[in-house]
Write a protein that binds this ligand. Structure first.
Ligand SMILES: Nc1ncnc2c1ncn2[C@@H]1O[C@H](COP(=O)(O)OP(=O)(O)OP(=O)(O)O)[C@@H](O)[C@H]1O
Length: 435
């Protein structure tokens, strides 16, 4: 970019391709990336990303590298976003003063690419900057902001979200003493409606863990939570949101950029046991529509970041060979057994969305991303899914090669040494490392 962008009450918006890297520095003034303050002169490198740097007071930036598009936009919804933040902050103050019932529990809904995650990030960052410790709850399994796609999670936010590594950076740095290791549950699919029953159970499990955490920590309870969801417009998907609103005891639903959804939720949520404020917010003109190919590439980047880190903070990934007999691989909610026609006459097959199956390893396991858990495998003949469904994912491994002859597979893991736990939970998320 020839002239360095200067920004005052405006946004510098940029798009960077997956093969390019753009470095941005704050040369003067103050600026923020979705609510997180930029350090003066620090280098922020973006690749395969779209974003916006906003300044209330004015700033000058230096931009090096090739952006697919870059411009300064004067029209932004930041005034309405800061108003929402201030209203939430007032409630937090009231909650810290003793009335925990008003602690804000906010959920963002809206169509795909309407800017929910960016707004969630901004609200979390503004809260953290006020000394709050909100929980960020990620109910969008499509892009896995905290670990890998195919998961749902809850993270206690002790610091602002790093502009480069995003929410994943918060998940890996608990050394600040206030962030905890996030609670991550393996869903195994990218869309909640790929297995609605399982999704709802996972939301219930998250809600129960959040309640336990909040009842032990009044300050965190007063800071409340910010919940991001998968983008949708289909009326059939409202039910999953309503379930989450009830389970997480949401107090405010922010509908981003969709009049119809706002109107429907305003009516439907009146029947909730607790009152829910429904607000409509304008979609930012900066949000970028991401097609299926882009999302696939983005997913690859997210998984690569989990296993290999970022250019600034690379992580080693460790190979290991695992004998089939040394692990149990489970799968929730899908029948991988023989077809009904081959079952003995009279055997009734119980198929539910949460039935647990043992997976016999074969070539199909190649490139799978498996959750490492301390799940209790069901005892033969019993359908005990309780010990498996909704157990915490302690980490993830990637199967790189399956050797059927030697009955073993090779995997890579972000942690060296042998698998700490022997029960792996399978999902539909695949990743192939490319150099
Ligand atoms: N003001 C902005 N300027 C430039 N890019 C933006 C802005 N706001 C959001 N974006 C980008 O637009 C894209 C979509 O935004 P975001 O991920 O927040 O939407 P979403 O509604 O959460 O999407 P999903 O459909 O995955 O739920 C992202 O790449 C994001 O970085």
């Amino acid at each position: 970019m020839a002239t360095p962008p200067t920004v005052t009450g405006e946004e510098f918006r940029f798009e960077v391709g997956f093969k390019d890297t753009v470095e941005i520095r704050l040369k003067s003034g103050k600026a923020e990336y979705f609510g997180a303050e930029l350090a003066p002169e620090a280098k922020y490198a973006f690749s395969g990303d779209n974003g916006a740097i906003f300044s209330w007071q004015g700033c000058t930036l230096s931009v090096q590298g090739q952006c697919q598009s870059a411009y300064v936009a004067g029209e932004t919804p930041m005034d309405s976003y800061i108003n929402v933040h201030m209203a939430l902050q007032q409630l937090r103050v009231q909650a810290h003063n003793g009335d925990l019932s008003v602690a804000p529990r906010v959920m963002l809904v809206g169509p795909e690419d309407s800017g929910k995650t960016s707004l969630a990030r901004l609200l979390v960052n503004y809260a953290v900057r006020m000394g709050e410790r909100p929980l960020f709850v990620d109910l969008d399994p499509s892009l896995g902001s905290v670990t890998v796609p195919g998961t749902v999670s809850a993270t206690a936010m002790g610091k602002t979200v790093d502009p480069e590594s995003g929410f994943m950076g918060c998940a890996t740095s608990s050394s600040d003493g206030v962030s905890d290791v996030p609670l991550v549950l393996q869903f195994g699919h990218e869309q909640p409606d790929d297995n609605t029953m399982l999704f709802k159970i996972l939301v219930d499990r998250l809600a129960a863990s959040i309640d336990a955490r909040m009842s032990a920590d009044n300050f965190a309870a007063g800071s409340g939570l910010v919940v991001d969801t998968r983008g949708f417009t289909d009326v059939n998907k409202y039910d999953t949101i309503e379930h989450a609103v009830a389970a997480l005891r949401i107090t405010a639903l922010l509908v981003v950029g969709n009049e119809r959804m706002y109107s429907i939720f305003s009516t439907r949520l009146q029947t909730q046991a607790r009152p829910v404020t429904v607000l409509r917010l304008t979609k930012s003109g900066g949000t970028v529509d991401r097609n299926a190919t882009y999302r696939r590439q983005l997913n690859d980047c997210i998984i690569r970041q989990y296993f290999n880190g970022t250019a600034k903070e690379p992580l080693a990934s460790f190979p290991a060979v695992v004998n089939f007999q040394d692990v149990t691989i489970l799968r929730v909610g899908e029948d991988v057994r023989a077809p009904s026609s081959t079952l003995p006459l009279g055997e009734i097959r119980k198929l539910t969305e949460t039935t647990v199956f043992t997976v016999e390893p074969d070539e199909a396991l190649s490139h799978s991303v498996l959750a490492v858990t301390d799940a209790q495998p069901p005892v033969d003949g019993e359908d005990d899914s309780d010990g498996v469904v909704g157990v915490q994912a302690l980490g993830f491994v990637n199967v790189t090669k399956v050797d059927m002859e030697k009955k073993r597979f090779t995997m890579s893991s972000p942690v060296p040494g042998r698998l700490p736990k022997k029960v792996l939970v399978y999902g539909h998320i695949k990743w192939m490392e490319t150099l």
